[in-house]
Write a protein that binds this ligand. Structure first.
Ligand code: HEC
Ligand code: HEC
Length: 367
């Protein structure tokens, strides 16, 4: 494990203690001033993240849709909530989510995890955890459990009654924020000076990934393989949302009506089909891919970029994404040999961090 929680209680009040040692090459996280990271809060957050009492009908936790061995996604095409309702979108993996400039697939306003969590907890379109009608009851469920109460008291020692929604959300956000993945073979090769960590095929794939012909790194660049990343001291740039030509339903670049991307928020026609470039860390285990889970394999994703957009020949969403007037100029298409395509897939697989997928400190404490 490359990072470790530190509990330096002797150095003064717990709130002021830095709780993280960052992997080589990783900048400091941006943490809200009113929710500093502490080891106790992170541990409480871990329990809450995996606790089905957080859902109205006690069937689902955050961990139901965000499973550790899948880098905190769920392997489904789209999310399925506690009442069986389907989400229009694929559940994001949560590797290094604390560095994301904005949260979810396409929302420029959601910039803090604390705010994002209100959606799965209380959202009604669609229902995810369905906690809205059970707000008071859920707090009672938690406060009546002596072990849970003790964890709240340890995390918020100055509170008379720490079992509140504000504290619950702060703790879950703290745990979510430290889901840091930085010990993949790529990291060992690139940041830790281990030249043997990548195979020759992976090194060939790396060269392709960073080539001007393929352009991948322009959108999936930096330590987090997403340009839409920020850390302490940086600001967000709205150009991080891109239309990659997945759909072109009407010849004008339209996307399916339930998934129009940034346009859904801004209503600016130029924002149709724009989504945030996701981090590619642990992408080997986060399929199916894209905002709607409409691609099964990495090979399929690469062939889509080769073609410079997706052709859907029949059905409701038929159209040629390569012809979309709204598509980014960086998705222009290119040609790869079978060997090169395989090399690129192998490089993407070198972003898999086995420690992250198995770290007991991030695992379900109820199992
Ligand atoms: C029903 C399945 C489901 C549940 C339960 C759920 N999520 Fe999610 N989560 C999703 C989906 C789907 C998205 C993508 C939403 C979108 O783009 O609109 C998402 C997105 C996120 C994101 C944004 C990630 C990013 O890359 O920006 C975070 C953070 C997150 N969830 C954390 C949580 C936490 C914490 C909980 C528990 C309070 C939770 N989720 C419960 C399905 C779920
Ligand atoms: C113009 C910016 C841009 C370029 C260039 C680009 N991508 Fe992407 N990538 C995106 C966006 C945006 C998405 C999400 C699109 C969506 O869901 O609608 C995405 C999605 C992906 C996904 C799916 C990830 C997931 O979690 O679902 C993979 C894999 C991927 N890209 C790999 C690559 C590779 C490899 C290249 C180079 C051949 C590349 N990308 C070039 C912006 C880009």
């Amino acid at each position: 494990m490359i990072w470790a929680l530190l509990a330096l209680a002797c150095d003064g009040p717990a709130e002021e203690v830095p709780a993280i040692v960052y992997p080589e090459g990783f900048p400091e996280l941006r943490v809200p001033a009113d929710n500093p990271l502490t080891a106790e809060k992170i541990e409480l957050g871990r329990y809450l993240f995996y606790d089905v009492r957080l859902s109205g009908n006690e069937t689902q936790s955050c961990g139901s849709c965000h499973e550790q061995e899948l880098a905190f996604t769920d392997g489904r095409t789209v999310g399925e909530g506690s009442t069986g309702e389907l989400h229009p979108r694929n559940a994001n993996g949560l590797s290094n989510v604390g560095y994301n400039a904005t949260l979810t697939w396409a929302n420029p306003i959601l910039t803090e995890i604390e705010g994002q969590l209100l959606l799965p907890l209380f959202g009604e379109e669609p229902v995810e955890l369905g906690a809205g009608a059970y707000r008071d009851e859920i707090l009672v469920r938690l406060a009546e459990d002596p072990e849970m109460l003790a964890r709240f008291q340890a995390a918020f020692p100055d509170d008379v009654d720490p079992v509140t929604w504000e504290r619950t959300i702060q703790a879950i956000a703290s745990f979510t924020r430290i889901l840091i993945s930085g010990n993949s073979p790529f990291d060992q090769f690139n940041y830790q000076g281990n030249a043997a960590a990548l195979s020759t095929a992976q090194i060939r794939g790396l060269s392709l990934f960073y080539s001007e012909e393929l352009e991948c790194h322009h959108c999936h660049g930096g330590f987090n393989f997403s340009e839409a990343s920020v850390h302490a001291g940086t600001v967000f740039d709205a150009s991080f949302f891109q239309n990659t030509g997945l759909y072109n339903v009407d010849g004008q670049g339209a996307y399916p009506p339930n998934n129009t991307g940034l346009y859904e928020i801004t209503a600016d026609p130029a924002d149709m089909g724009k989504f945030r470039a996701p981090s590619l860390r642990n992408v080997q285990v986060t399929g199916p891919y894209m905002h709607d889970g409409s691609m099964e394999t990495l090979d399929e994703v690469i062939r889509f970029y080769e073609r410079g957009g997706r052709l859907i020949e029949s059905g409701e969403y038929a159209g040629d994404g390569a012809e979309s007037p709204l598509k980014s100029g960086l998705v222009a298409g290119f040609e790869l040999t079978d060997q090169e395509r395989a090399d690129l897939v192998e490089f993407l697989e070198a972003l898999t961090d086995e420690d992250f997928l198995t770290d007991p400190a991030l695992s379900d404490p109820f199992k």
